[in-house]
Design a protein around this ligand. Sequence first.
Ligand SMILES: NC(=O)C1=CN([C@@H]2O[C@H](COP(=O)(O)OP(=O)(O)OC[C@H]3O[C@@H](n4cnc5c(N)ncnc54)[C@H](OP(=O)(O)O)[C@@H]3O)[C@@H](O)[C@H]2O)C=CC1
Ligand SMILES: CC(C)CCC[C@@H](C)[C@H]1CC[C@H]2C3=C(CC[C@]12C)[C@@]1(C)CCC(=O)C[C@@H]1CC3
Length: 334
Amino acid sequence: MERVVLITGANSGIGLALCERLLTEDSQLRLCLACRNMQRAEAARSALLTSHSNAHVDLLQLDVGSVQSVLSAAQEVKARYNRIDFLYLNAGIMPNPQLDLNAFFKGLFSRNVVRMFATAEGILTQQDRLNSDGLQEVFATNLFGHFLLIRELEPLLSRLVWTSSSNARRSAFSMEDMQHREGRESYSSSKYASDMLSLALNRQKNSQGLFSSVICPGLVMTNLTYGILPSFFWTLIMPVMWLIRIFTNTFTLTPHNGAEALHWLFLQNPESLDPRAKYHSLTSGLGTNYTQPRQMDIDEGASDVLYSKLLELEKEVRRKLSEENADEEISAVK
Ligand SMILES: NC(=O)C1=CN([C@@H]2O[C@H](COP(=O)(O)OP(=O)(O)OC[C@H]3O[C@@H](n4cnc5c(N)ncnc54)[C@H](OP(=O)(O)O)[C@@H]3O)[C@@H](O)[C@H]2O)C=CC1
Ligand SMILES: CC(C)CCC[C@@H](C)[C@H]1CC[C@H]2C3=C(CC[C@]12C)[C@@]1(C)CCC(=O)C[C@@H]1CC3
């Protein structure tokens, strides 16, 4: 039977590499690339068809950072497919990243140097902003848009896979400020929230046959990392990066390597997976790829609280949207 796989943020980086790997694994697959920019989505589709000429590759317009776009895209998915075998929640942003060079050089000579290279703890901040739905942009894109998509498509779903990060950190997240309006680590906060949400979804939905997993792709050279340091600089320091890889294995560096755990999960029986584990893509000093589960630092109770808060927020945004639509109808009649 033809399996249907929907991937958000599939037009570049890790998402596009995953598409390549999945088509190599199963040429009968129906892939749906869910992207906000249709020109880039077309280019990704053409690239995939060059290497897999008989592949079924569909495109779907989806801006996960916009409530209206998520709701419209979900309607379209329901009209097109009667089930989604895998939903990869991969789209993500890190706007205006700032590297704290002082902290970086201090970290270089501390006991935590390996940890710093693996997680970027203490050396990276971002500047977030409100989007047109009145939500924090990073929260809306990396977490809430995906949550809404899951809610809309729930009856069609069986497997969810989140592209999280080693940068997800409990101390960056606050339940009282789940959108991270106050701090400067919105990326870390949103990724920690996705880890929590995955656990909560497993607790609430496993009995109904829905399973969720989280992965970390390691440090990968993509548009996201080119936003932190320019691509020529990364190319210049590549020999240093290969050297560091010997000590951490988290410097996967290429999108193909970064997609290792995403691909690995595609081959696993969901019942054999640990809901409290994050599955890491790792690459050894000799260039061998493998997947390793590591326990996440999460409370079950807190993950349930986050789930309830997201349901509340969902109600609120739906109410606001229907009020706005009603206002528009009234002014159209006038
Ligand atoms: N690179 C790395 O080292 C790491 C990356 N990650 C995570 O991996 C995931 C993929 O990122 P990566 O491949 O690195 O970076 P890219 O920037 O190459 O890919 C991000 C993808 O997300 C899409 N996207 C962003 N915002 C939206 C939106 N509002 N609606 C729909 N699609 C959107 C982008 O589309 P567009 O082209 O239109 O911008 C792009 O296709 C992210 O979740 C990221 O946080 C995690 C750990 C490390
Ligand atoms: C000599 C060089 C290797 C210096 C590079 C320093 C930093 C730019 C990087 C060290 C750890 C990296 C890292 C990320 C970005 C680049 C670093 C801060 C991520 C935050 C990218 C996105 C993620 O989701 C996790 C990564 C963790 C490690």
